[in-house]
Write a protein of this length. Structure first.
Length: 87
């Protein structure tokens, strides 16, 4: 990180990372295959879509956590934990 400000978990970059899976979940009822008996590999298409969105959510949260830790978040978490025990 180039500035001396401590890392923030809710930064615009991290919010953009989790936005596509969230939009995918909310768009589910409006997708054409959600209201038709479409099968993909023998399973309902909606089941595949939801499973894909769950996997995308897991990956995006992993990326958010990794970028937070890479920006110095582990040190900030350690300091917050130490302050919490002291009070």
């Amino acid at each position: 990180m180039t500035s001396s400000a401590p890392p923030r978990l809710a930064s615009p970059r991290r919010l953009l990372i989790v936005l596509p899976p969230a939009i995918g979940f909310f768009a589910t009822p409006f997708l054409p295959f959600a209201s038709t008996p479409t099968l993909w590999l023998g399973c309902p298409a909606l089941l595949w879509w939801i499973a894909t969105m769950v996997a995308a959510t897991l990956v995006s949260l992993f990326v958010v956590e990794a970028t937070y830790l890479a920006d110095g978040g582990a040190e900030r978490d350690r300091l917050e934990a130490a302050d919490g025990r002291a009070s």
